[in-house]
Design a protein around this ligand. Structure first.
Ligand SMILES: Nc1ncnc2c1ncn2[C@@H]1O[C@H](COP(=O)(O)OP(=O)(O)OP(=O)(O)O)[C@@H](O)[C@H]1O
Length: 528
């Protein structure tokens, strides 16, 4: 800084200076250059807080194996079972030797950034106080009572497992609050996240506690999260508990009232499916009613997957090759309306595949326009061969969407729009199709009723009459929504609440634009 002033003085006295000198004169007066020079001087003169004490010279016996490390106390964890955060590491008593050792280094924390402390290092002294034979809480007490820098005397672990950062990214399928977790070894070291967050897993060394950062988070320090194995165990345990509670309450109910009281049917349920997945073949504005699927609700507790984390990677958009857009939602929520509007904006961009049916064509129907008409035998053969991404039976006829119809639209450069029954989701979510799944969610009962009645919306529950929705049907939409969310919310890429139709449509257009133009997270297996 002194030199800066000197140079400025010198230049200011000159009357004729070159353009370079003028520029230098100008630059040296800039506040950020002066700030930089001041910072340089402060570091060079060790003029900063806290001032590190001199390293003790009386290092004993085996100098080779002892390390003196000084760290500045900060708000990062050094704990054993949830004590005050201090330097970004946790300690424990080694079961074999009884000595205090470093149990875990938090990625990006002070200890990690120093590069001087490693897992397994033995802590001999803290601030000159021997901790031999002491407990971790004794060490923590010293740390809690100390100010500024902390000096550790450490015996390095024999084999320092070079902690290399993994590149794994996962999408969390559950939300986590470390503060509410009674099992986390150090609450302050935990990382909170919400369902859908993408996490960068930096260490999976511990079987139960991984270290992770939220993707895009500027905080360099990683936090502890439950490992997949731990979370799976928890979910299964929770489910068991719930089942037990349910059984118990059922037993109680039976003892109170031995005759089961049937619940009033909310709306007539149509026939049950031949196979799992249903289809909705409403194309190019042709309203053909086909509620034909499994109305049984036993899929509610039939979720064989335990959704914890899903490994993801970025998929970069490829010009001219668009990912199919799948609209999922409860029947009646407005998926067809949104799809219709989209196709109306640009019929040369958005297409929907023509479904197949074993039903004979009706007068005026053209093969390949409303449907591809095929024999039942042919359709059954193709179903058997797994050629359909969704299919079902309605009034004795088979209906379905052939996967080839989807891929030929995609390969021809169209944005392929699909609004299948939700049970078809798993079949659709493949590395070949790479769909972008948008869940169309109903708003609250009041808003649903108000918006639909205001717009004179037509009920989709009664194929024989054009009439408005009934209250029971609105309730049914919300009930189906709950089931879909329970079963499949971990598969949604995006959620759009269809309250105000034009707002929902705008969100849909924006979502499709994102899919076309931005790299997005997808299951890692899709990009390998
Ligand atoms: N946000 C909205 N506000 C008002 N009316 C809406 C809204 N969204 C959809 N509708 C109307 O609700 C009715 C049902 O919509 P649509 O046919 O799109 O339902 P769907 O989800 O395709 O149901 P299904 O799968 O049973 O055919 C239509 O009359 C549609 O215009």
């Amino acid at each position: 800084m002194d030199i800066d002033i000197e140079v400025l003085d010198l230049l200011s006295t000159k009357t004729h200076v070159s353009s370079d000198c003028k520029e230098l004169f100008h630059l040296l007066q800039k506040p950020h250059i002066q700030g930089l020079l001041c910072a340089h001087d402060a570091v060079a003169q060790k003029d900063y807080y806290p001032r590190l004490p001199d390293i003790p010279l009386e290092v004993d016996e085996d100098e080779e194996t002892v390390k003196i490390v000084q760290l500045v106390k900060s708000n990062e964890p050094l704990g054993d079972g949830g004590v005050e955060p201090i330097v970004g590491a946790t300690i424990k008593t080694c079961e074999e030797t009884g000595k205090i050792v470093i149990a875990r280094i938090m990625h990006g924390g002070a200890a990690d950034r120093s590069g001087l402390i490693h897992v397994g290092d033995e802590v001999c002294e803290v601030n000159g106080i021997s901790v031999e034979g002491k407990t971790p809480s004794f060490v923590l007490q010293i740390l809690q009572n100390s100010e500024g820098t902390i000096t550790f005397k450490i015996v390095p672990a024999d084999s320092k497992s070079g902690v290399r950062e993994s590149k794994v990214r996962v999408r969390a399928h559950f939300s986590y609050v470390a503060g509410d977790d009674p099992y986390i070894p150090c609450r302050e070291a935990g990382l909170d996240f919400v369902k859908g967050d993408v996490l960068h897993i930096v260490s999976q060394d511990d079987a139960y506690w991984w270290q992770a950062r939220r993707e895009g988070d500027r905080n360099m320090r990683a936090g502890l999260i439950p490992s997949r194995a731990l979370q799976e165990r928890r979910i299964l345990l929770e489910r068991k508990e719930k089942e037990k509670d349910k059984e118990k309450s059922d037993e109680d109910n039976i003892s109170l009232c031995s005759v089961p009281v049937p619940l009033p049917a909310l709306c007539p349920r149509p026939s049950t499916s031949l196979h799992a997945s249903p289809t909705k073949c409403n194309l190019q504005g042709i309203k053909t009613k086909k509620i034909m699927y499994d109305a049984a609700e036993n899929d509610d507790f039939d979720r064989e997957e335990v959704p914890t984390y899903e490994e993801v990677a970025k998929l970069y958009p490829r010009p001219g090759l668009y990912r199919p857009v799948v609209l999922i939602g409860p029947p009646g929520v407005g998926r067809n309306e949104l799809k219709r509007r989209l196709m109306a904006t640009d019929s040369e961009k958005y297409k929907t595949p023509v479904p197949y049916t074993s039903r004979p064509p009706r007068p005026g129907e053209i093969n390949g326009k409303e449907y591809h008409f095929v024999s039942r035998e042919k359709m059954e053969e193709d179903l058997e061969a797994g050629k359909f991404i969704e299919y079902g039976e309605y009034k004795g006829n088979l209906y379905g969407t052939n996967s080839e119809s989807v891929s030929s639209l995609v390969n021809a450069g169209y944005v392929c729009l699909l609004n299948p029954h939700y049970q078809a989701l798993k079949m659709l979510r493949t590395p070949q199709l790479r769909p972008y799944i948008i869940y169309i969610k109903p708003p609250t009962f009041e808003v649903l009723k108000e918006t639909r009645n205001e717009a004179r919306a037509r009920s989709t529950f009664d194929e024989n009459n054009s009439r408005g929705f009934t209250d029971e049907e609105f309730t049914e939409i919300l009930h189906s929504a709950e089931r879909i969310e329970f079963l499949y919310s971990h598969l949604f890429d995006e959620v759009i609440v269809n309250a105000d139709l034009s707002m929902a449509f705008e969100q849909l257009v924006n979502a499709i634009h994102r899919v076309e133009s931005e790299p997005l997270w997808v299951p890692a297996s899709w990009v390998q």
